[in-house]
Design a protein around this ligand. Structure first.
Ligand SMILES: [Zn+2]
Length: 146
């Protein structure tokens, strides 16, 4: 512990790892991705797909190096904006898949249509025949089969 405080801590001072308190989602997820890629690369080696295995291994190393580079970086603002960009797109992707799962689950009860004007996705009850729908977002009226 004393060794850590005297030798390691001064090296980390002012670097992104300490400033972010080690809670940077992009760096953490990069480590997970690289672990998954390593395992896939091993599996491919057992399947004798050596070229694909090397490619995954190289990608895994790239992910680890990028993660380490980010943690040791002194350019805090740049790393924070990367992390914000990453979280924004990750959340959008998660929302997209959870909404798709929701639509699939309710496919027998609801029909989902996109407003022709603003593209807002609307949920209509199934089996009500042809309906005239008013979009709650932009007020556009359009016909939809249910
Ligand atoms: Zn609309």
């Amino acid at each position: 512990m004393d060794f850590f405080r005297r030798k390691i801590l001064p090296l980390l001072r002012g670097r992104y790892l300490l400033v972010s308190g080690g809670r940077d989602a992009l760096s953490t997820d990069l480590i997970w991705v690289s672990l998954i890629l390593i395992v896939l690369s091993w599996i491919l080696t057992f399947c004798r797909a050596f070229i694909a295995s090397y490619v995954l291994y190289a990608l895994s190393l790239a992910a680890i190096f990028f993660s380490a580079f980010r943690m040791l970086s002194r350019n805090i603002g740049k790393r924070e904006s990367e992390n914000r960009w990453y979280l924004f797109h990750k959340n959008r992707l998660i929302r997209f898949f959870s909404e798709a799962r929701e639509r699939f689950r309710n496919r027998k009860v609801y029909r989902y249509v996109a407003c022709p004007q603003c593209r807002k996705r609307l949920r209509l009850p199934r089996g009500k025949g042809a309906l005239t729908v008013t979009c709650p977002e932009c007020g556009k009226k359009f016909d939809a089969k249910t």
